[in-house]
Design a protein around this ligand. Structure first.
Ligand code: NAD
Length: 487
């Protein structure tokens, strides 16, 4: 593998990927070019795993399984803790790698590394606190004992938008629970996953406990793994469309599924909101990662009395953002992941404009190389525009006006998604009432950022099944076993 370091200063060969990572061995190969979205240039090439390779990864995970589940929780915990420390020690190199292959601004990439590493620290702590349950039957005649066992081999599939955090949010709890895993990162951003695997080996993760493979044929490769009776868990983060396909695939062998899928977050601002706080929150909720986040505010519903001031404030803030290559030091908004992503944003914005929306800033694609779309604010957007119902996944804030609290809740719930929502109001009773009325798994009240390894992350409706992070995240990788005990 070669990495063009001339203009990036990326200079830590020990973190470079060397091939598929199966059973603790690196297997050289090629077939998947990894592009720099800032330029479209090829950064590196990683191997294209076949079904046979994937089955060898399942063999490796199986070979390591019984020893790993028998490893004392304290020891599993210490390995995860060392992995956290190593990620922290290598934070700057990892951030640069993320920025190179994903395009996000270095400040966002640094934030991601800290967030990602924290899942290892959190689950290092949780590994030693796996609970069970004891109770008497209501008759008083018998006893109920519930143990939690590792569920078995887990296939982990992750998207490109948070190449480090989406992997650690699964690997951390899986390893803490005593499971062995096969990670399939997105082909757009595999370098971060392979770099983290190297750090995992250095932290003492035994051979075969974590296997990593990249492939251009994720459908057949995943189906083959799910059909193998040794695989008992699928944990997927990605689009709702692929999630639906995988749920159908997993149903054939009744594999347990955790699904973290797409979102369409409403951001509701009431007249009595602190305008500056709402604008600060809006910039984080919209522009973190250049808008390429499942929790990104997709629809801004702003009450009439504050609407014009909000649009003006948001436009001013968006105008100040510095657009450029993610790894350039002063960049605040990097390129989108692919040219297809830019084309999708352009299609959504053009449709909204053709139906009466007005851009107060941005609103047109940019000439030149790299996959850029400018920060954009749209007002007067019809509520049935396509971008009110599809994930924009880019730096476009669509603003809608509303009058009453009831309208805000109805509009917020007018989507098949149910991941995240934001509510801004100085009246905390109202904010909580509206929060309860909105059908999502997560609500930010006067906050534009909700992701926290200690909190249960996940969605309702077509945004997913299960929760990652928090005290319950580990249970996604465990199976309760009930003992009816007579004593
Ligand atoms: P995607 O669904 O296209 O791909 C996600 C992963 O699935 C990638 O690794 C991809 O290679 C793999 N994949 C694609 N087709 C597959 C198949 N048939 N079988 C098995 N694997 C397959 O999503 P993406 O474009 O990489 O990521 C963006 C999406 O992810 C957005 O919808 C976003 O909202 C969602 N997302 C959700 C969360 C969450 O926590 N809910 C977090 C981040 C991203």
């Amino acid at each position: 593998m070669t990495l063009d370091t001339a203009f990036t200063g990326y200079a830590n060969p020990s973190l470079h990927a060397q091939g598929l990572y199966i059973g603790g061995k690196w297997e050289a190969g090629q077939g998947i070019p990894v592009l720099d979205p800032s330029t479209g240039n090829t950064l590196a090439e990683v191997p294209d795993a076949s079904i046979d390779d994937a089955m060898r990864a399942v063999d490796a995970a199986e070979a390591a399984a019984s020893e790993w589940r028998g490893t004392p929780p304290r020891q599993r915990s210490e390995i995860l803790r060392r992995w956290f420390t190593l990620m922290t020690d290598h934070a700057e190199e990892l951030a640069l790698l993320i920025s190179l292959e994903n395009g996000k601004a270095l400040t966002d990439a640094r934030g991601e590394v800290a967030y990602a590493a924290e899942f290892f620290r959190w689950y290092a702590e949780e590994a030693t606190r796996i609970g069970g349950e004891f109770r008497h039957t209501p008759s008083g005649a018998h006893n109920i004992l519930v143990d939690h066992e590792p569920i078995g081999i887990a296939v982990l599939i992750t998207p490109w938008n948070f190449p480090a955090a989406m992997a650690t949010r699964k690997i951390g709890p899986a390893l803490a629970a005593g499971c062995t895993v096969i990670l399939k990162p997105a082909s757009e951003t595999p370098l971060t996953a392979y770099a983290m695997a190297r750090l995992g080996a250095e932290a003492g993760v035994p051979e075969g406990v974590v296997n990593v493979l990249t492939t251009t044929t994720p459908g057949p490769v995943t189906s083959a793994m799910l059909a193998d009776p040794r695989v008992r868990k699928l944990s997927f983060t990605g689009s709702t469309g692929v999630g639906r396909t995988l749920l159908a695939e997993a149903s054939k062998s009744v594999v347990s599924c955790s699904m973290e899928l797409g979102g369409n977050a409403p951001f509701v601002v009431f007249d009595d909101a602190d305008l500056e706080a709402a604008l600060d929150g809006a910039m984080v909720a919209k522009m973190r990662n250049g808008g390429e986040a499942c929790t990104a505010a997709n629809r801004f519903y702003v009450q009439s009395g504050i609407h014009d001031a909000f649009v003006e404030g948001l436009t001013t803030r968006m105008a100040k953002l510095k657009l450029g290559a993610g790894y350039a030091p002063d960049t605040q908004c990097g390129p989108m992941i692919t040219i297809n992503a830019v084309e999708k944003i352009d299609r959504l914005v053009s449709e909204a404009k053709s139906r009466g929306a007005r851009a107060t800033i941005g609103g047109d694609p940019m000439p030149g190389s790299g996959y850029y779309y400018p920060p954009t604010v749209l007002e007067n957007v019809p509520t049935d525009a396509a971008l009110a119902h599809e994930e924009i996944f880019g730096p476009v804030a669509a603003v809608y006006r509303f009058e009453s609290e009831e309208d805000a809740i109805t509009l917020a719930n007018d989507t098949e998604y149910g991941l995240a929502a934001y509510v801004y109001s100085r009246d905390i009773m109202r904010a909580m009432r509206v929060g309860r009325g909105i059908e999502t798994g997560m609500i930010g009240i006067n906050r534009g950022l909700m992701s926290d390894p200690a909190a249960p992350f996940g969605g309702t409706k077509q945004s997913g099944l299960g929760r990652e992070g928090g005290v319950t995240g580990i249970l996604e990788f465990m199976e309760p076993k009930y003992f009816a005990v007579e004593f």
